[in-house]
Design a protein around this ligand. Structure first.
Ligand code: URA
Length: 282
């Protein structure tokens, strides 16, 4: 800190790094606001109250700000309307390219406004196995491809362990836009995207679905139990036909809990066996 109370370069860099590590990596305004101080400030007296103090000087003219984006009727509409519009858009798509174009044009999920770009897919559209994660992170948002950050690198190693790679599988997410600061997408955001991911899986038409992590499992398989209880169990999933689906531990979780990799290894081997012709017990 400098003598005049301002922060020196090193302290500023330290504060920024602290914010980054806490997940604050997007700026929504040019200046920070202390909302606690603002709400603690005495409120102006109601118009009818006697004026006891000299009127405060008028505030300085506001600095010109860029015009806010035009109000979006879809965002203002209620969640049910958004879900209905998403379902109509998604089911109307006849190909993956069409679905992608419809998602690009879809205004029903607010995450689109803070994300850099749509993160739609990676891998082989003719794959027998589809992996569905939760939502893109910072790296994915930069590159526009799912699972390219540290979790994605671990996913690549997991695939490699059972003789697979991205030319043999298809990878996508329940939510195709990055939530700010990698926060968990809200139920409304997921609900708005759900018809699209369902249609995406339907259009790839795989033989096996793998949900990576609890949000993907809960949304696609309708399971309310925790991932540690449900992982490794085969369940029916309805696309144009009934296919076996399994939830596995998310690679990001495995990076934090490496001891749990033994469970992931068990599930990967089960996946390999079903790919090799074993009938899954559902
Ligand atoms: N985690 C996910 O769930 N999806 C990605 O694309 C990256 C990290």
């Amino acid at each position: 800190m400098n003598g005049d109370g301002t922060m020196d370069r090193e302290a500023l860099a330290g504060a920024l790094e602290f914010y980054r590590q806490s997940g604050v990596d997007l700026a929504f305004d040019e200046t920070p606001h202390d909302r606690y101080a603002e709400s603690a400030r005495p409120q102006p007296a109601p118009a009818s109250a006697p004026v006891l103090a000299r009127a405060a000087p008028p505030p300085p003219p506001a600095r010109p700000r860029p015009a806010p984006p035009a109000a979006n009727p879809a965002l203002a509409a209620d969640a049910a309307q958004i879900a209905a519009s998403a379902a109509e858009q998604a089911t109307g798509a006849r190909t993956l390219d069409e679905l992608r174009a419809r998602l690009e044009a879809f205004e029903g999920c607010a995450l689109k406004t803070t994300a850099t770009r749509l993160v739609f897919e990676d891998g082989n559209r003719q794959a027998r196995v589809v992996f569905v994660g939760e939502a893109p992170g910072a790296e994915e948002d930069r590159e526009g491809r799912p699972f390219v950050g540290r979790a994605g690198q671990l996913l690549d190693r997991m695939l490699d362990a059972i003789g697979l790679d991205r030319t043999l599988v298809y990878i996508c997410n329940v939510v195709p836009w990055r939530p700010p600061g990698n926060r968990t997408p809200t139920p409304q955001e997921v609900a708005a995207c759900l018809p699209f991911i369902r249609r995406q899986v339907e259009l790839v038409d795989p033989d096996i679905l793998v949900c990576l992590g609890a949000p993907s499992m809960q949304m696609l398989l309708g399971v309310k139990d925790g991932i540690l209880k449900t992982r490794g169990l085969w369940m029916p999933y309805q696309t144009t036909r009934t296919i076996p689906a399994m939830a596995m531990l998310h690679p990001a979780y495995l990076l934090r809990q490496p001891a749990q990799k033994r469970l992931a290894w068990r599930d990967l081997r089960a996946l390999r066996r079903v790919m090799d012709g074993e009938m899954p017990e559902m």
